[in-house]
Ligand binder design. Structure first.
Ligand code: UD1
Length: 327
């Protein structure tokens, strides 16, 4: 019988792509999601892609009674991939208590359930936000963590610490945190993708919704950063590659390959692109004239994460020089 994996937040952006990859690998997936930032139709799409509909339960994991009842019902679960969390940086500054409550209580409920029901493995959705603005690039796992810039970021750092301490203290519990850089893109079928509820906070869904006519114009937050074109630089990773990283982490745990009860890994490409480069690439690839304007920096934004490869800086600087000569 195939191994059963719980994916919390499994109808969300990274969650849904991970459910697809886990099912493609033959795992039996159960999804828990409260649908606060995703829609139930994602399950139909997953079924279309993989030929298999994951089991689904709708509830919020901060509800301990419902969480207990869930684990009483699904007794075959061997590992958890935990995505379910609030993730809007700006909103977390406005509503810190809601963010701490939702993101930390749900994790602690799950860890408690792992101990009670002898579920040994968890893969946790963390973020490169735990590094703050790093002193040097590239950011590796040896880069020290910095105090978080937002309550959201702090929930990721504190969650990592809770998991680390719990895994160390509890025989048979092993956890891996994956610190993602910026996931973008969609499944090649185009049946699932990034579909946040309401106005998107993140760059790429804002670009696509503007291109589709749902938003008037993209606002580029700041062009006075210390970067070649002045816009901020991120390490963008394809969401399907990121989803596959979760399968690798799950297999590492299931095959007892981990070197410590708690491990963390960065997941990115190791290369940086600016916001402006991304916008230009989108326009070039789609032929859609995207309306955009540059506004002030967004509070709490980091200047750069990914290093720009040497060759690309040289080409880029050349293009900028040519461009500025024309004007
Ligand atoms: C942020 C968090 C990250 C979190 C992710 C998910 C930080 C440093 N990073 O990533 O931990 O997992 O959100 O929500 O806290 N931009 C625009 N216009 C827009 C939207 C974005 O110019 O309308 C720019 C931003 O200023 C930034 C880049 O695009 O330079 C990427 O932004 P975004 O997609 O929101 O991701 P991060 O802020 O990098």
């Amino acid at each position: 019988m195939s191994k059963q994996i719980l994916v919390t937040g499994g109808t969300g952006y990274i969650g849904s792509h991970t459910v697809v990859e886990l099912q493609n690998e033959g795992f039996d997936v159960v999804v828990v999601d409260d649908l606060s930032n995703s829609s139930i139709e994602v399950l139909d799409a997953i079924e279309k892609i993989t030929g298999k509909r994951p089991a689904f339960e709708k509830f919020n994991l901060t509800d301990q009674e419902k969480t207990n009842a869930f684990f009483e019902k699904y007794r075959r679960i061997e590992a958890i991939v935990h995505f379910a969390a609030y993730k809007a940086v700006g909103e977390s500054v406005e509503k810190p208590l809601e963010y701490y409550h939702n993101n930390l209580v749900s994790l602690m409920n799950l860890l408690g359930s792992m101990r009670k029901h002898k579920i040994p493995y968890m893969v946790f959705s963390s973020s490169c936000t735990v590094y703050g603005q790093p002193e040097k690039l590239p950011v590796t796992e040896d880069t020290p963590r910095k105090p978080a810039e937002s309550p959201y970021g702090n929930t990721k750092a504190v969650s990592e610490d809770i998991m680390r301490d719990f895994a160390r203290a509890t025989e048979g519990i092993n956890c891996i945190a994956l610190r993602y850089f910026n996931p973008i893109g969609a499944h090649p079928s185009a049946l699932i993708g990034e579909l946040p509820v309401g106005v998107p906070n993140n760059l790429v869904p804002f670009i696509t919704q503007t291109a589709a006519g749902l938003r008037d114009e993209l606002k580029i937050f700041g062009d006075d950063y210390n970067t070649p074109d002045g816009t901020a630089i991120r390490d963008y990773i394809n969401v399907v590659d990121l989803a596959k990283a979760h399968v690798v982490a799950i297999n590492r745990l299931l095959n007892n390959k981990q070197k410590a009860s708690y491990e963390f890994f960065n997941v990115g490409t190791g290369e940086g692109y600016s916001v402006m480069q991304l916008v230009k690439a989108f326009i070039k690839a789609t032929g859609v004239e995207l309306k955009y304007s540059v506004v002030g920096r967004r509070a709490g934004d980091i200047e750069k994460y990914g290093p720009i490869p040497r060759m690309r800086i040289m080409n880029w600087a050349g293009r900028l020089r040519k461009h500025s000569k024309k004007h």
